[in-house]
Ligand binder design. Structure first.
Ligand code: GCW
Length: 708
């Protein structure tokens, strides 16, 4: 009976493996179809350039899938319902419409319902051809999400110039911090064989407006800059070009020694300069639109200019000169050194802030969202707003290195949004990180948002269906850093699964709390870096000793009989002083700081009173347990969604939620067992004691955890 009722609600969905991402174009059925009956029955002929051919084919593919029949070809103005796409340069009909093309910007688009010879026509117009492709994807998404398309007046242009993925893909196809299988770059068969996946990848990225990709890991090998590998990168660039995507390469700073036969990589050395200039020329010969270099220098053992007593400025500017006006150098601010005993959270700022205004115009400093390293929660990085005379880009992590790999459901939109909406206050209220990133705060022209990719060979690309949402949300935010991630989640859920409101509402609610739930069971109240050593899998608050203190958990939590937390106020490391005074003062003030950041900035007694009236110890335990309960709630929500999702995808998500449930419990139990050895206080009423001893948790070992 129950099953039949389910069927009546929604027809049994066909099994899907997730490969189609948010571009499924499944038929619009039932009453929802009527409004689209007139739309999309015909498409006007399009100039056959590579990009416009792709746009045209996408439109036909989308309309055929959604509306059940291939659209006919008809001239604009010959009948109602024709869709006309192109640029003023490729389409006299579009040129003749005198549309406000300025509103489309360089890469954006207009979508308008107009009358041509008295016939209702939909125009998708852009200044550049890639904008037409973006507009086609947007138009199709309107039908996919069941929005009206009969009176359109849309103008959209990206607010960030370089919207890019950073792949941490190695040349042997392993992926550092990758949880979705092998690298999709089949280097061995390149350049002669271009796997069809490359075009699918480009298409998916273009559907989000992503326009750049760094192919290789920032922990890079000089080999990638040798002729055979440049040819391989060139073959990929050829596939990506018509989709508006440029290729970039991570460059190893010591390459002049390793592949150039030089004795030094000192950026001030004329032979080193000549090496890089020749290398850039060689690359541009093969890839005329090469985007540029991404560099991790003097960080975690990577070579860099400091090895020679030179500075980040010397290194970045030397490479920038080699590239010249042809591209950019993206220089990472994720640095902290072995020798430096200071709070690791302070080092990026300390090293870069003094160089503000010293970098070339084609250099971008790429800054991670927070000052440590992609933790489940970090306050925004103090460099945002602090280098007004430099190009500052954002680096988010899409792959979930510290957020449960592929098997924990955590929608990262709200995490990105939290950083982007944070107010640096450097120029008064409203000086948000988003405004630093889109360049508007300081009038910067060269702007970047990068995301460390979560893409691999898995059929579903991202290792889990819900992790596709993080790729999607990243792309949408790179286009508009001020977009609402709730709206983005709703679009994604509709595109990926179902438009049924009985699905969309609970699933979006679940997505929106999922990351906070994870923070609760992993690192509540501002704790950070508490995971297993090296693979970063599971809880490891006891991790200590080894190569470096700032790779251990005890360094960050500083738990003792007196309390817990990292004192970053003036009494401690004084990291708060790196923020604009009102921001730093708030972080330092227990009356002002948000409790979500409490132990990031403060070391507090176990009996410290939280806003709820609970002691810190009780509040900590309660939050861990709340996280576990939150995963239970997600499991229940998802169980109810089976009428709206095919069994294959529903089943995988259900299984992953079970893994997440067990691991959340493990995080809670192991963390409580560990911190209780310091707090020496009983658990709050109703809380269960961890089932195992602390030693048992500590003894667990995972030599084959993925992603290392
Ligand atoms: O998050 C840490 C990772 C490293 C990574 C490094 C970085 C690519 O654990 O795997 O190396 O950050 O961002 O450079």
């Amino acid at each position: 009976m129950c099953v039949l009722a389910g069927l009546a609600l929604a027809p049994a969905a066909k099994a899907e493996d997730g490969h189609d991402l948010w571009l499924r174009y499944r038929p619009v059925e039932g009453p929802a179809r009527a409004p689209y009956a007139a739309a999309g029955t015909a498409v006007a002929p399009t100039a056959r350039t590579p990009t416009l051919s792709i746009a045209h084919a996408e439109l036909e593919r989308g309309l055929s899938g959604l509306l059940g029949a291939a659209p006919m070809v008809a001239e604009a103005g010959s009948r109602d319902g024709v869709i006309l796409i192109g640029t003023p340069a490729t389409s006299p009909a579009i040129a003749g419409l005198a549309l406000p093309m300025k509103d489309a910007g360089d890469e954006g688009y207009l979508i308008r319902t107009v009358s041509i010879d008295g016939k209702q026509t939909t125009v998708i117009a852009a200044n550049r051809e890639v904008g037409v492709l973006y507009g086609v994807f947007r138009y199709l998404s309107l039908i996919q999400t069941r929005q009206p398309v009969d009176r359109l007046a849309i103008a959209s242009a990206p607010k960030v110039g370089l919207r890019m993925l950073n792949h941490w893909d190695n040349l042997d196809r392993t992926v550092e911090r990758g949880y979705a299988g092998q690298s999709i770059w089949d280097w061995w068969k390149l350049p002669d064989h271009a796997d069809p996946r490359y075009a699918e990848y480009a298409r998916a990225n273009a559907s989000l407006g992503i326009n750049g990709t760094v192919l290789n890991n920032v922990n890079s090998k000089s080999l990638s800059l040798t002729a055979p590998w440049i040819a391989k990168a060139g073959a990929l660039a050829d596939v990506f070009r018509p989709y508006g995507i440029k290729v970039y390469l991570s460059a190893r700073f010591s390459s002049p020694i390793e592949i150039g036969g030089l004795k030094t990589a000192d950026p001030r050395d004329p032979a080193v300069k000549a090496f890089w200039k020749a290398k850039a020329d060689e690359i541009y010969k093969v890839i005329p639109d090469f985007g540029g270099f991404l560099v991790k220098a003097n960080s975690e053992g990577q070579p860099g200019p400091q090895d020679y007593g030179a500075t980040h400025v010397d290194g970045a500017n030397m490479l920038a000169d080699a590239i010249g006006g042809r591209g950019v150098v993206i220089w990472r601010a994720f640095v902290y050194s072995h020798e430096q005993p200071d709070d690791r959270a302070k080092q990026g700022f300390s090293e870069f802030k003094p160089f503000d205004g010293h970098f070339r115009d084609n250099v971008v400093i790429q800054v991670k969202n927070g000052a440590i390293d992609f933790q489940p929660r970090e306050p925004f990085h103090p460099l945002f707003g602090a280098m007004p005379k430099s190009n500052l880009g954002m680096e988010f992590q899409i792959t979930k290195e510290y957020l449960g790999f592929a098997t924990h459901l955590a929608y990262l939109g709200p995490m990105y949004e939290e950083t982007l909406r944070a107010d640096t206050l450097v120029k008064g209220k409203g000086s948000t990180v988003a405004k630093v990133i889109d360049g508007s705060l300081d009038g910067r022209k060269l702007t970047v948002m990068a995301g460390v990719a979560n893409i691999g060979m898995d059929r579903n690309w991202s290792g889990s269906h819900f992790d596709q949402a993080n790729w999607y949300a990243f792309g949408r935010l790179a286009w508009d850093p001020e977009a609402s991630t709730r709206d983005i989640a709703a679009d994604w859920a509709r595109l990926t699964f179902s438009n049924d409101q009985r699905f969309v509402t609970p699933v979006v609610d679940m997505m929106m709390v999922s990351r906070e739930t994870l923070v609760d069971y992993m690192t509540p109240l501002g704790l950070h870096h508490q995971m297993g050593r090296s693979h970063h899998y599971g809880p490891g608050p006891w991790v200590k000793g080894g190569e470096r203190a700032d790779w251990t958990s005890v360094y960050y939590a500083k738990a003792g009989a007196d309390g817990v937390g990292f004192d970053r106020t003036a009494k401690g490391s004084n990291a708060v002083a790196q923020y604009a005074p009102p921001v730093g003062a708030c972080f330092a003030n227990l009356k002002c700081v948000d409790e979500k950041d409490l132990l990031w900035f403060h070391h507090l007694s176990w009996d410290y009173k939280l806003k709820s009236g609970q002691t810190l110890w009780d509040g900590l335990v309660t939050r861990y347990s709340r996280g576990v309960a939150g995963v239970d709630a997600m499991g229940e929500t998802w169980a109810d969604m089976s009428p709206y999702v095919d069994a294959e995808r529903h089943g995988q998500v259900s299984n992953f939620l079970k893994i997440q449930r067990n691991e959340a419990q493990w995080w809670r139990d192991a963390s409580v067992a560990y911190f209780q050895t310091f707090s020496r206080r009983p658990l709050p009423a109703g809380e269960k004691a961890p089932p195992l001893s602390l030693e048992a948790y500590e003894a667990m070992s995972f030599p084959y955890a993925p992603g290392i």
